[in-house]
Design a protein around this ligand. Sequence first.
Ligand code: ATP
Ligand code: MG
Length: 240
Amino acid sequence: MIEIENVRKSFGNLEVVKGVDLTVNKGEVVSIIGGSGSGKSTLLMCINGLEAIQGGQIRVDGTPVHASGTDLNKLRQKIGIVFQQWNAFPHLTVMENVMLAPRKVLGKSRQEAEEIAVRQLTHVGLGDKLKVFPSKLSGGQQQRMAIARALAMSPDYMLFDEATSALDPQLVGEVLDTMRLLAEEGMTMVLVTHEIRFARDVSDRVAFFRDGKIHEIGSPDQVIGQPQRAETADFLKSVL
Ligand SMILES: Nc1ncnc2c1ncn2[C@@H]1O[C@H](COP(=O)(O)OP(=O)(O)OP(=O)(O)O)[C@@H](O)[C@H]1O
Ligand SMILES: [Mg+2]
């Protein structure tokens, strides 16, 4: 599980995460919603150690992410992350792109890596695009390739940061469907999203971020359906 305890994060003098507590249990899907600049992406980056923290602690399966003795490369193998956009290697096919990390990081043989790539690309609905180059994929297909690439490392956790917000509206659905499939399969997921209806649908819990803090957290029906705090309601009104 992911345990976030009183985490504080600053950029210079600007504190952007101001004491966040959040535990994500195995198999749980937690969505983080909130306005621009509220610290959502920053918190996500802290979870896999892409950002240092100035206070508190984050543990993943008991391992303190920011402790000096922690092998971050090893830790990151179990935490897949998907951003708004992933720049695939243009000279490699879709399959070769997905094979890269299993080969280089996990030391898999070419054949093993191929099997993994085929399995994961099929999983996200790209079984017919194995041999094409990334530039031939639609935006939605590229994002699904990015998900397959993360899944190729057999992660225990998946973090998504606005995985659909760079997409044309008609391509959003196919990526959300892939994310929904992972959630249904029991993947432990933390997702930052502006897709409020999707968050309500797939999440076990929703956290509303405001000014570097979790302003409100609870079940989707509570936080999105019947927000207790005025700021949550205002935010939802502004995006729905
Ligand atoms: N590398 C950085 N250096 C300095 N300031 C940063 C850096 N990254 C983020 N910030 C600042 O930290 C604050 C939180 O940013 P963050 O990206 O976490 O917000 P967010 O909630 O993800 O917003 P959005 O919905 O727009 O993606 C913002 O004020 C931002 O300007
Ligand atoms: Mg962000």
